[in-house]
Design a binder for this molecule. Structure first.
Ligand code: SF4
Ligand code: SF4
Length: 132
């Protein structure tokens, strides 16, 4: 569920309101959008990803967090964590390099995976037919 929108950082672009599939926001001319239908949020995190100034925090919980500490969450970097993980932010490695998916080089047979990684090793061998 969307937890908060940092109004003092918002530049009023309304991208979050346009992209939200659940119509959670109401726009305000010349000001930040309002989280008008918080309970309708299904935590897709599109608003968080597309906000150009990282002003939106979305948790994966169904209910709002009581007494949420905005400053602590901002300081922890969680507002950009998902974009970082996806490799959307500058200077970050693509998520494939973090081992969440098969690396393209491995799939092409250009680079063998770590011998200790049984699953990746088997997939590599299947793709190269070296196990038959
Ligand atoms: S997380 Fe998804 S559903 Fe929730 S407010 Fe953002 S865009 Fe809308
Ligand atoms: S996307 Fe970010 S900057 Fe744009 S209106 Fe929404 S909260 Fe404000």
């Amino acid at each position: 569920m969307i937890e908060f929108l940092l109004e003092d950082q918002c530049i009023g672009c309304d991208i979050c309101a346009e992209i939200c599939p659940q119509d959670v926001f109401d726009t305000r001319s010349g000001g930040p959008p309002v989280i008008a239908r918080q309970a309708d949020c299904h935590s897709c995190r599109q608003c968080n990803l597309h906000c150009p100034v990282a002003a939106i925090h979305v948790s994966l919980l169904r209910e709002p967090t009581p007494g949420i500490d905005r400053d602590a969450i901002v300081a922890s970097g969680r507002l950009t964590a998902y974009a970082d993980w996806l490799g959307w932010t500058k200077g970050r490695a693509p998520s494939g390099d973090k081992g969440h998916s098969l690396k393209l080089k491995e799939r092409r047979g250009e680079q063998e995976p770590d011998p200790g990684d049984r699953v990746r090793r088997q997939l590599f061998e299947v793709s190269n037919r070296t196990y038959l």
